[in-house]
Design a protein around this ligand. Structure first.
Ligand SMILES: Nc1ncnc2c1ncn2[C@@H]1O[C@H](COP(=O)(O)OP(=O)(O)O)[C@@H](O)[C@H]1O
Ligand SMILES: [Mg+2]
Length: 329
């Protein structure tokens, strides 16, 4: 098997020749980065109640933090998600892949409480929960970084990071505390590209904006961060920075879900890959156990050899927003 080596999660730290960035290589940042983020102590963070995840000695959680079972979702007569199972584990990057229209964004919106799903179970730390609003998702520790980011252009970095959750001292905003926390969070993530946290977001590059959005998730002590195509509009260097940040989030113990079309990015940074095909989960596999070709086949035809959907799953009666594609189409 010549497929990409896994990252080994938080334990990855072995010395060796610097690996190339790209398919088949472990994520380069994972072995070289000092664990700066660990310096962000729980006192530094904005407190939130957190559930009790169960941990194995290697740092991997026994229980997925998020475990979706049999999710169905229709928009009117159009069934977009069919019986979808999906898990995300602490300390891991799960890449969610699929063709345009496969249902990735819909699934993410179900996770984030924006779309209610029609049937299925939503387990959090193994416990059934009801996530029927973004507020309910945020209360669990779910942060979704949407593709359009939803940052406010006319506000600065600090204001964006604390938007809607501002710190106050008595009746006034505690600007000093917020600024300090913003700086601590960014430097704990080894972000050094920002001149000042008082810069307006309108003056930032695409990569810097992604960084602010991701740092906001860390500041709020999220347990699951979902990133919808964070590198879609970025150049090579910026993409690499954002992917390093994604890896660091997972190495801090967060569960990260990364939607991406770029196979190099997916193989460089993910521990697991979940492939949606026409609204069905074709496979959720360990990145180290599959090749690029297999993943591309899962995306384009829903199966690859023994992996993926059974042959008759392409055209379920009355299902699918798009015509089925595949070898027979
Ligand atoms: N609000 C909506 N109303 C009706 N159909 C929708 C809505 N949102 C998404 N869809 C349909 O659901 C399918 C999956 O879309 P989406 O989840 O955005 O896919 P992806 O993110 O994988 O490209 C598409 O066919 C899309 O047209
Ligand atoms: Mg989408």
């Amino acid at each position: 098997m010549t497929a990409a080596a896994g990252h080994g999660g938080p334990a990855a730290g072995a010395a060796g020749p610097p690996p190339a960035y790209g398919p088949g290589a472990p994520w380069p940042g994972a072995s070289r980065l000092p664990n700066a983020a660990a310096r962000l102590t729980s006192q530094d963070r904005v407190p939130r109640g957190r559930g009790a995840a169960q941990w194995e000695p290697n740092g991997m959680s026994v229980t997925p933090v998020l475990d979706l079972r049999g999710i169905d979702k229709s928009f009117g007569p159009v069934k977009v998600l069919h019986d979808v199972d999906f898990t995300a584990r602490p300390g891991e990057v799960t890449a969610l892949v699929g063709d345009n229209g496969a249902g990735k964004t819909t699934l993410v919106k179900c996770i984030g409480g924006i779309h209610p799903f029609d049937s299925g179970r939503y387990l959090w730390d193994g416990v059934p929960v009801r996530v029927d609003s973004p507020r309910a998702a945020a209360a669990l520790g779910i942060e979704v970084v949407h593709q359009d980011l939803a940052l406010c252009e006319n506000l600065d970095i600090v204001q964006n990071m604390f938007l809607g959750r501002e710190r106050r001292r008595g009746p006034v905003l505690d600007e000093t505390a917020m600024e300090e926390l913003a700086v601590t969070t960014l430097s704990a993530l080894s972000v050094r590209t920002m001149k000042s946290v008082r810069q307006r977001v309108s003056a930032l590059s695409g990569g810097q904006r992604q960084t602010v959005a991701i740092a906001r998730a860390v500041l709020w002590d999220s347990r699951l961060v979902v990133l919808d195509e964070p590198a879609a509009a970025l150049g090579v260097a910026q993409t690499q920075q954002v992917l390093e940040l994604v890896r660091r989030l997972a190495d801090k113990g967060l569960a990260v879900v990364l939607i991406s079309h770029n196979m190099n990015d997916v193989f460089a940074v993910s521990d697991r890959i979940a492939a949606l095909y026409l609204g069905r989960m074709a496979a959720q596999v360990s990145t180290s156990e599959v090749t690029h070709t297999q993943v591309v086949e899962l995306i384009t035809s829903g199966r690859s050899g023994d992996l993926g959907l059974p042959r008759d799953a392409d055209t379920p009666p009355g299902a699918g927003a798009e015509p089925a594609r595949g070898p027979a189409a």
